[in-house]
Structure formats: structure tokens, C-alpha cells
Ligand binder design. Structure first.
Ligand SMILES: [Zn+2]
Length: 179
């Protein structure tokens, strides 16, 4: 397997087969307590013309960028990625925080609107509604922190042919087949 310092590249068909990946986590080098299957996207650099965003053409520019993203993103299937105790705990923690912010925000927002409708106007309820609404987009941050690419440090190559892992642990690389 081609290797650069701190970066390991694995062929996409290698990671797509169950049982090929090491039994130790790529991040912490600890024994895996769970094998996780997921789809890994490539990062897309959009060649956008910023001037398209100016004036009334913002929507057009946006649509073009979304279209480019759809055409350029590559997805690799990963089977049995090793997650250790710490990975699993980190993921559970951040996803819990994200869910709490999201559903807490939603409950505060909806609840205060309903309360305002039935109690006939209490000014502070509007504040609760705004605060609840503000929590919704905030939940995206912990959600990203608990996401698989962030947790594994892996991403799919721009051509979709391989999976790139940045700074994997020694225990992880030691179990990879040598070319
Ligand atoms: Zn780990």
C-alpha cells in the first residue's frame, strides 16, 4: 500500500470487504470494541465563480455549486471500521449533546408558541421561542464533532478509488498488509 509520512492510503475495494481492516482503532491504537460500517465521502473543492454570488444571481450561483458538488463527490463503502472504547464514548457524547440541543431547542420553540397561543400573550415566551430557535443550528457543531469522518480522520480520495487516513495509530498501520 502506498504510504507517505502520517498518511495511509487504502484502496476502496480493500476497505469495502468485511474483515480487511485492522482490529485496533486508527485514532488511539486501542483494541476495537465495535466494528462500524459507513459510507465515506470525498471532500469537494468547488471551483466557484464568486462574482456569481453578487446581486440577484446568488441563487443561480448556489444552484451551480450544489450541482458541482453532486457531480464531484465520491463515496467509498467502508466495512468493519474499528472503533475503540474512547471512540465510541466520544461519538455517543457528542451525538447526545447534538440531540439535546436540537430536541431541546425544538421543544422550547414549539412549547413557547403553544403556550403563547393558549395563555394569551406573555412577553417572555417570545424570548423562549427565539432562544429555542437559536439552538437548532447550534446542534450542527457537536453533530460534526461526533461524526464518523471527524472521529476516524479518514476521507475518500477525490477520484473515489481509495480511502485516505491521516495520522493513523501505529497499532492500526501494523495490521495492514504490506505491499
Ligand atoms: Zn479510538
Amino acid at each position: 500500500m502506498p504510504q507517505r509520512a502520517g498518511v495511509v492510503t487504502l484502496p476502496a475495494d480493500f476497505v469495502a470487504r468485511e474483515g480487511n481492516l485492522p482490529r485496533h482503532c486508527a485514532r488511539h491504537g486501542l483494541p476495537a470494541v465495535r466494528q462500524h460500517d459507513f459510507l465515506l465521502q470525498s471532500k469537494v473543492k468547488i471551483e466557484g465563480n464568486r462574482f456569481l454570488q453578487v446581486g440577484g444571481r446568488g441563487v443561480l450561483g448556489m444552484a451551480e455549486r450544489l450541482d458541482q458538488h453532486g457531480r464531484k463527490v465520491r463515496v467509498a463503502e467502508v466495512k468493519g471500521w474499528p472503533l475503540c472504547r474512547r471512540c465510541v464514548r466520544t461519538r455517543a457524547l457528542w451525538l447526545t449533546v447534538a440531540a439535546t440541543l436540537f430536541f431541546g431547542g425544538l421543544a422550547a420553540f414549539a412549547g413557547s408558541l403553544i403556550a403563547a397561543a393558549v395563555t394569551d400573550g406573555m412577553p417572555w415566551l417570545a424570548g423562549v421561542a427565539v432562544a429555542g430557535f437559536a439552538l437548532l443550528p447550534l446542534s450542527a457543531f457537536p453533530f460534526v464533532l461526533g461524526s464518523i469522518p471527524r472521529l476516524t480522520g479518514a476521507e475518500t480520495s477525490p477520484d473515489g478509488a481509495s480511502v485516505i487516513i491521516k495520522n493513523p495509530s501505529r497499532a492500526f498501520t501494523a495490521e495492514l498488509p504490506r505491499s
